[in-house]
Write a protein that binds this ligand. Sequence first.
Ligand code: ATR
Length: 271
Amino acid sequence: MSITAATKVYGVIGDPVTHSLSPVMHNGWIADHRIDAVYVALPLRSDDAVVAIRALNGFAGLNVTVPHKEAAAKAAARSEAAVANVLRREDDGRFSAFNTDGQGFLDSLTESAPSWRSHVRRALIVGAGGAALGIGAALSPFVDTVHFANRTADRGEQTAASIPNGRTTRWDDLERAFGHADLIVQTTTLGMAGQPEMAWPVSFCRPNAIVADIVYRPLNTPLLTAARDRGLKAIDGLGMLIHQGARAFEIWFEIKPDVAKARQRLLAALG
Ligand code: ATR
């Protein structure tokens, strides 16, 4: 579809966003459904991100990534969470804010391990940043306890305290933590290309443990490779990316997009 003055503009804001896969994913779906829209990656650097985001009123919808998720929630006239990854412009010109990260993770988990709810009682989240909190909060109602293991103990305690059944686990005792968990979710940058290697204690895992990594560059992180070598269910980071995006697409266009097609396109884009 050709771009005209009537074409609606969507995009992802963050800093940095030049390597974002969201344009490939959303433009693919926009083409699938012949929508008169375009999706761009817009780097946003500002001393006052709330004001900067409010000024983006030419955008019909936005995804928001690091470091602007809190500012996005504040910039909106209404927000379903204190931290937002989706903005939708309403008829009154103001933004509504949503968070699809946690639900996107649950969708990905259910897609890859449909019966997870029948056996996951104890979840272990490695890390305690924004992603860890979003995933922990989403898992919380479905499990007995959500344990956070974080390099910086204070931050782990803060994150755990914001979830009713949140607990902390010592970073120097990951072996025990891995051994007790039914589900392990790695949310730090460890395992990303260029980051330090970590010797994950996967040999301590239970035989039916599920291991998920939210890193998707590389897709097969050392943690996932070790989990697969042990015969464990391993879930890569593209799943969460695609499912949070699918929910955003639905918020904007009221259409459920094809997640399998998105995976093919993103695999091609990742090379
Ligand atoms: P996000 O919002 O994407 O989760 P973040 O808030 O910057 O990102 O959180 C990054 C997480 O990765 C934190 O849990 C961080 O641990 P600290 O709180 O100790 O900083 C973790 N992390 C980053 N680099 C790490 C490393 N080299 N070793 C262990 N943990 C690391």
